[in-house]
Design a protein around this ligand. Structure first.
Ligand code: IMP
Ligand code: MG
Length: 206
C-alpha cells in the first residue's frame, strides 16, 4: 500500500468506528460488553419501561455523573412521555462511604410527591449508596419508586434491594467504560471492559 492509500485506510477505520479511543483502549485487557450488546439490552429495558409506565408520565431520576451515558440511551429507548431529573452526591470519606453515608450535593428540582418514579443507576455493588438514596427519596412520598440498573454485582451486596429492571450481572471485577470510571477516566468508552492489571495495580482501586 502506498502512503496515500494507507492514510485513506486509516481515516476509513476511524469513520467506521473500528479504531477509536485508541489511547484508552490500550489500557483494556478484555471487552466484556460490546457497544452492540449494551444497546440491544437497553432497547429491551426501554421497551419494558414504556409498557409498564404507559399513561403514567414517570419521573426518571439519575445520580450524576456515571449514569449519564446509560440514561441518555435508555430514555431515548423509552417511547412514552416522561420527565428527567438528577441528583448529585459525594462521600464524606472512604469510611463513611462504607457505611452508606453520602452528602447530597445537588437535590432534585422536580417534586416527587404523587409521582411514579424510576431510579436509574449504572452499577450496584454493595448497595449501600443506593440504599441511602432510596431511603431519602421514599420520605418524599412518590406513588411508586422502582430501580433500573444496567450492571448488578451480586457478589459484594450487603443490602438486598429489589431491582425491577436489570441489564446484566457482573462478576466481582472492576470494570470501566460506558459511564464507569477509574479515577474519572474511561467513562466515554462505548463498551465495558476490564483494565489491564498493571493499570489498576500502579494506582490502586478507588
Ligand atoms: P455501592 O453499591 O454503594 O458499593 O457503590 C456503587 C458505586 O461504586 C457505583 O456508583 C460506582 O461509582 C462504583 N463502582 C462499583 N463497581 C464499579 C466498577 O466495577 N467500576 C467502576 N465503578 C464502580
Ligand atoms: Mg466512580
Amino acid at each position: 500500500m502506498d502512503k496515500k492509500q494507507s492514510d485513506h485506510h486509516d481515516l476509513k477505520k476511524d469513520h467506521d468506528g473500528t479504531n477509536r479511543h485508541d489511547e484508552m483502549v490500550s489500557d483494556i485487557s478484555e471487552i466484556l460488553f460490546s457497544e452492540d450488546r449494551l444497546q440491544k439490552k437497553i432497547t429491551e429495558l426501554g421497551g419494558a419501561i414504556s409498557k409498564d409506565y404507559y399513561g403514567k408520565n414517570p419521573l426518571m431520576i439519575g445520580v450524576l455523573r456515571g449514569v449519564l451515558f446509560f440514561m441518555a440511551d435508555l430514555l431515548r429507548a423509552v417511547t412514552i412521555p416522561l420527565e428527567v431529573d438528577f441528583l448529585a452526591v459525594s462521600s464524606y470519606s472512604p469510611e463513611s462511604r462504607n457505611q452508606g453515608l453520602v452528602r447530597m450535593e445537588k437535590d432534585l428540582e422536580i417534586p416527587m410527591q404523587g409521582r411514579h418514579v424510576v431510579f436509574i443507576e449504572d452499577v450496584i455493588d454493595t448497595g449501600l449508596t443506593l440504599n441511602y438514596i432510596l431511603g431519602n427519596l421514599r420520605t418524599r412520598q412518590p406513588v411508586s419508586l422502582e430501580v433500573c440498573v444496567l450492571f448488578n454485582k451480586p457478589a459484594k451486596r450487603l443490602i438486598d434491594i429489589p431491582l425491577k429492571y436489570k441489564g446484566f450481572d457482573l462478576p466481582d471485577q472492576f470494570v470501566v467504560g460506558y459511564g464507569l470510571d477509574f479515577r474519572e477516566k474511561y467513562r466515554n468508552l462505548p463498551f465495558v471492559g476490564l483494565l489491564k492489571p498493571q493499570i489498576l495495580h500502579v494506582n490502586g482501586i478507588k
